[in-house]
Design a protein around this ligand. Structure first.
Ligand SMILES: Nc1ncnc2c1ncn2[C@@H]1O[C@H](COP(=O)(O)OP(=O)(O)OP(=O)(O)O)[C@@H](O)[C@H]1O
Length: 443
């Protein structure tokens, strides 16, 4: 539906206009003024919803505001699949925006609108039970939200159900999906869930080289602070996945969202993305003719146009932290392999990336040098860095991973907490792979 001035109307706006049109004794001026005011209110509500989606807020307020139909009687914005086609009066039990802009709450089927309107003495903000399902994957239960996510996907999860739902504008849709899930299950709920979005969300990734499919409809969500370790046989697609995430390879199909931003959109500037995603490779890739400091500051200065003094100060701080403070003026060939790899990691960290990708970072190191790099990665984990690592170091994977993903033939065949994947693998292929690792004495 189009407005008179040609603008597309959202579904909420259509309903709002219908409602205003049907109100008797209104002049054109008041109708237009009311419509614009309602539109602004909805935009403010949308901004608040977005802010809430990225930060913590109380699920159950100390002093819950009176449940409200909205101070203005306007329609709740962002209509949802299960609410489309219904007017506010019919769906006000689904979601209520408090006057202070604070809370999402969900009524069960039996509560109907009486709860939302505060009738019959029901506490409209009481906790309600919910059993987490796949559709609720991208929500956190506020009262139990851990600092570090344990994103334990189950084998057999249906990824396609999540596809295309990771953009910021989908926050309300996610919440609505959750409401629907609760209703479908017909269960009473324990908690008020809050929709959140993963730091990284890959959906339906496909990548082929010369006709050979290397990634096949691969889905992967990574929560903030989560450490995901990719394991799998040589050629299973681990490096390709990391390179696609960093836009070093162009995907054939699918989407990658970073903090809800569609980074695989062809209009995206890869340099902007790479400032937010640090990547470290097996072979450290340091420039031999540049000092350690120059290697670290090169891209931030030249590509990202950051001020030299600022970048140098950051680089020196990092070098001190990883015990290489005295190496800033050295050339790479004067450093050990482990030291060079630590410099490469510092180079990836100096832009304060949102996500760090580590591709076999210990493979090229002498065994006695592996430890210092692994210690550095463990320290980064402790500090809450969100990371995806591809590694053949199974013992390390077991120690550092929040979640282990086993790749086979370009697919994530099995994933879960390390104790589950290493201790009780479900898929025969995972068991076969791990048996070989154990036989080789690598686990
Ligand atoms: N640039 C490329 N051109 C052609 N084929 C490629 C290219 N990059 C990767 N491949 C192929 O894609 C498949 C997956 O490679 P990838 O490096 O992602 O696997 P991997 O799981 O990281 O292996 P490894 O553990 O040995 O590093 C392999 O068959 C590889 O030969």
């Amino acid at each position: 539906m189009a407005r008179d001035d040609g603008d597309e109307l959202s579904f909420g706006e259509q309903l709002e206009r219908d409602r205003l049109d049907q109100t008797p004794e209104r002049t054109d001026e008041t109708r237009v003024a009311d419509f614009d005011a309602a539109r602004q209110r909805r935009e403010r509500a949308r901004e608040r919803a977005l802010r809430r989606s990225t930060g913590a807020f109380p699920a159950v307020p100390d002093n819950p505001p009176e449940p409200s139909e909205g101070t203005d009687g306007s329609l709740y914005d962002a209509p949802t699949p299960n609410s489309r086609g219904r007017r506010r009066s019919e769906r006000q039990g689904d979601e209520t925006e408090s006057p202070s802009g604070g809370y999402a709450r969900f009524a069960t089927r039996d509560e109907g609108s009486s709860v939302a309107s505060g009738q019959d003495g029901a506490d409209p903000y009481r906790r309600m039970p919910v059993e987490e399902s796949t559709a609720e994957r991208d929500t956190r239960l506020v009262d139990e939200r851990p600092r570090r996510s344990r994103h334990a996907a189950e084998p057999g999860d249906e990824p396609s159900a999540r596809r295309g739902r990771r953009v910021r504008d989908d926050v309300s849709d996610t919440a609505a999906g959750l409401v629907q899930a609760i209703r479908t299950a017909g269960q009473e709920a324990d908690y008020v869930p809050v929709p959140t979005q993963p730091a990284l969300s890959c959906s339906g990734l496909r990548k082929s080289f010369r006709g050979g499919l290397v990634l096949q409809d691969l889905d992967l969500d990574v929560a903030e602070h989560e450490v995901v370790v990719l394991i799998g046989a040589s050629g299973s697609g681990k490096s390709t996945l990391l390179r696609c995430i960093n836009l070093l390879e162009e995907i054939d199909d699918g989407t990658i969202l970073l903090d809800g931003e569609h980074i695989t959109d062809p209009r995206t500037n890869p340099d902007t993305v790479r400032r937010k995603i640090g990547m470290v490779f097996q072979s450290y890739n340091l420039f031999p003719h540049m000092t350690v400091l120059q290697n670290i500051t090169l891209a931030p200065e030249r590509v990202h146009r950051r001020r030299r003094a600022e970048v140098e100060a950051e680089a020196r701080t990092w070098l001190e932290r990883v015990g290489l403070g005295d190496k800033a003026r050295e050339y790479p060939d004067r450093l050990s392999g482990g030291q060079q790899q630590r410099v490469a990691i510092v180079r990836a960290l100096v832009n304060s990336p949102r996500l760090l990708l580590l591709d076999e970072v210990t493979s090229a190191l002498d065994p006695e040098l592996v430890g210092e790099v692994l210690t550095m990665i463990k320290d980064l984990k402790t500090e809450g860095m969100t990371m995806i690592l591809a590694t053949h170091e199974m013992a390390f994977a077991r120690q550092v991973a929040d979640r282990v993903c086993f790749l086979d033939g370009g697919r994530i065949l099995e994933q879960g907490p390390p104790e589950q994947v290493f201790g009780a693998p479900q898929h025969p292929r995972t068991r076969q792979f791990l048996r070989r690792i154990i036989e080789a004495g690598r686990l």
